[in-house]
Design a protein around this ligand. Sequence first.
Ligand code: IPD
Ligand code: CA
Ligand code: CA
Length: 265
Amino acid sequence: MHPMLNIAVRAARSAGNLIIRSLQHVDHLEITTKGLNDFVTDVDRLAEQEIINAIQKAYPEHAIMAEESGLQGDNETVWVIDPLDGTKNFLHGFPHYCVSIAIMVRGRIEHAVIYDPLRDELFSASRGDGAKLNDRRLRVTKRKELAGALLATAFPFKYPQHLTSYMATFGAVFPQVADIRRTGSAALDLAYVAAGRLDGYWEIGLEKWDLAAGALLIEEAGGVVSDFTGGDDYFNSGNLAVGNLRIQKQILDSIKPHLSDELKK
Ligand code: IPD
Ligand code: CA
Ligand code: CA
């Protein structure tokens, strides 16, 4: 295992343990509102600090882009951190959330870890080296058509202005597939596509820390990741469609005619 991936795994596990320990006092947590329907707790902040401490101990010169504390440092290697993806699930006792850490070198994601502390599932990937769930190699599904597919998606709860477009994309995809999940953790949705548990996924308006690790996992599991034009600017646009080559294209072809001009990127 690459030494940086090793540190990312250790950091993700210790943040995961902190999240599990804090479950005991989830009813007494102070919740701060960051934006419309967007919340943060001390658990998010403490888990993030745990990860940052582990990184800075090993690589003090590296830069950090973390959801709750922002950007730190200036270096060609940047650690992109979502300390708790699925905060709303966590707050409601809905058992589905994870820690997500990606390592970007000169603008390219090179290593990724997504850790589900409740199931003790560790998804990891290094560019060119494949993707794994614990010690098992991952492949995206081989499904050729949307018929029979199980997809995931997400509602634009932070962007009411996109609801009409989003509902139109949902209406276009839903009749073609077996069913669609909305799990509340984008990072786990992406890890599940890499693991072949879902055939594909699309979402509007993700942040860099939501998608960085999951995007590499999917590519290393043989899948395709793009923005809504079919290009690779998803890191900046936050609009994402993923799946195996054929499913990803069918999702894009289905949603494209329904996107507002603002979402055509
Ligand atoms: C959110 C979750 C959710 C997705 C949102 C994300 P958070 O992350 O991944 O599934 O729909 O776009 O912001 O706030 O729980 O870290
Ligand atoms: Ca997130
Ligand atoms: Ca988060």
